[in-house]
Structure formats: structure tokens, C-alpha cells
Design a protein around this ligand. Sequence first.
Ligand code: NAP
Length: 228
Amino acid sequence: MKNFKTILITGANRGIGLQLVKESISKRFYTIGTFRNKQKSEKLLQIISNNITFLEMDVVNEKSISNATKKIKYPIDYLICNAGINNGYGNIFDDDHSHEKMLEVLNVNILGCILTIRHFKKHLNTNAKVILISSILGTQAHNGSTATIYRASKAAVNNIMVSISEDFKSERITVSAFHPGWVRTDMGGINATLSAKESAKSLIKCFENLRFEQTGKLFNYDGKVMNF
Ligand code: NAP
């Protein structure tokens, strides 16, 4: 039996995903970071460690996910579905809510999580934890009209998290969603309240403390349960 934890993080080449990789390595986890475009992934690919593997993977391309699963060497303890997009913060009358752009947000944020979990299920360790990175914008209590389709996608992420947690209960695999806070990344913007490092540090601690009894819940990055 291996005596180290293995974590796989999707969308690991920048933003929160990249910091999750760095925190995981500092915790001596065996870390797998996925990226979809080599040209945009220098910061990830330049990390030097004996405990890291980089995998090319687009979360909405099944062939690419399936190819990535073939390169997994150890059972995965933490599967982190972090990859996501927000095409814009406008409302339904803005250009960022064209049919095509809305489909892209729903595809990456919802189906990307489902496809990742479907394909990597066979590599999950006993008592593994599956984490979907969601958002407070996907909770019904959070009112506002901006980023309409992004909010809807994250509401769906919370919903599929519950369904998948039920599917995995008999195997005692924990499935939870996390709001990472408002984070200074390309998506969060410069006015956000948290650095990616602050968010990732707190998230990794929460992932480690997560118990099976908490499956099916949404958490804030500080570990507090959130209603959705
Ligand atoms: P970000 O800086 O924009 O990074 C997004 C990441 O997702 C990038 O690595 C991107 O890869 C990847 N990605 C997008 N589409 C993909 C696809 N089809 N296949 C594989 N990877 C894909 O965003 P972030 O702020 O770090 O956000 C990370 C997660 O946190 C997202 O799920 C987001 O919704 C959530 N979140 C963020 C905030 C915030 O304030 N920042 C708040 C709440 C929730 P490329 O470089 O190739 O595009």
C-alpha cells in the first residue's frame, strides 16, 4: 500500500488550480496537474519536483480525458474538478450570453466535471474524496442578475455534486463542492479579496479534514457549510 496521498487537479496551469498544485507539493502529495494548452502552461510545466506529473487534458473532450486516465500510476485520493470558465459577467442581453457562449459555459463547468469523474472513477482509492470547485454565485440565496449562465452552471454543479455523492455512498467515497472565495485570478479579477495562495492553502486544509459523513455538502473555502 502506498504511504503518500495522490491528488489530481484539473485546470492546473493558472489561477486557483496552479496554487492548488503548489500547495499539494508542499504537503508532499503526489500531484497530477492537468492542462489543455502547452503554450499557456509554462508556469505549471516549469515546476520541478519528484512528486509531480503533468497531463494534457481538455475536460470536454472524452478522448483526451480517456488518454489521460491511461497515464495514472497510483490510486487517486483527491480528485479536484477545478477547470471552469466564465465567458462574462453580463446579463442575458449581453453578447456573452449568445447561444454558443452559453453552451460553452454549461459544457465546461457542468459536463466537464461529470466527464472527469466518469473517466477517473476507476482510479479512485478507497475512501477517496471528489471535490467540485463551485461558487457562491450558484447558490439560490445569492441574488444578482450578472453572469446569469455562469451562476446557473454553478447551481448545476452543486446539484450534480449531490447526485454523484449518492452514487458513491456505498463505496464510502466523499463527494463535496467548495466555493474558493473571491480570488484574484484571470476570472476573479484584480479587486477580489483573496490571493490564489490564500484560497488554495485553506482549500487544501479543508480537503484533508473532510470526512465521509460530510458527503453531499457545499463548503466555503474556510470550511463552513453553505446552503445552496
Ligand atoms: P482561471 O484563472 O480563469 O483558470 C481557469 C482554469 O480552467 C484554467 O486552467 C483553464 O485552462 C481551465 N479550463 C477552462 N476550460 C477548460 C477545459 N475545457 N479543459 C481543461 N481546462 C480548462 O479561473 P480560476 O479563478 O482559477 O477558477 C478556478 C475554478 O474556481 C473555476 O471552476 C471557477 O469557476 C471557480 N471560482 C473562481 C472564483 C474566483 O473568484 N476566481 C470564485 C468562485 C469560483 P486554460 O488556461 O487552458 O484556459
